[in-house]
Design a protein around this ligand. Sequence first.
Ligand SMILES: [Zn+2]
Length: 131
Amino acid sequence: MVNWDNKKYKQECDKLFSRYIRMRDGECKIRGLDNIPCIGGLEAMHIIRRGKLRLRYDVNNGLAGCHNHHSYYTNHPYLWRDLMQKEFSKRYYLIRQNEERLKTYIDWEDTARSLAILVGDLRSSFVNEPC
Ligand SMILES: [Zn+2]
């Protein structure tokens, strides 16, 4: 068993989560839902930002967005919540429901491994690697 410390696992999991979400969605999912223009590179955002650490790596809770949208809604959390409830209501309420059942601790090794498998599966489904 690899004995990494949590910080290293967290960095690795953040990296894998972001890569997976950007590859899966491929574009800013907020485009056209508001009057804010898409500017900048693609980033991974969270439908529900706060919560247990496990929510941070739940790919159902991930959404790709351009830097401009990500930055704007990070500074306007209430507008973000309203937008998510309106446009992504099914996922929003599903995540909210599951949130209560999530464990408070995180199995870092298992989380990193699961994310790496997801990225690998997605990558092999493309003819050319997009990133
Ligand atoms: Zn955008």
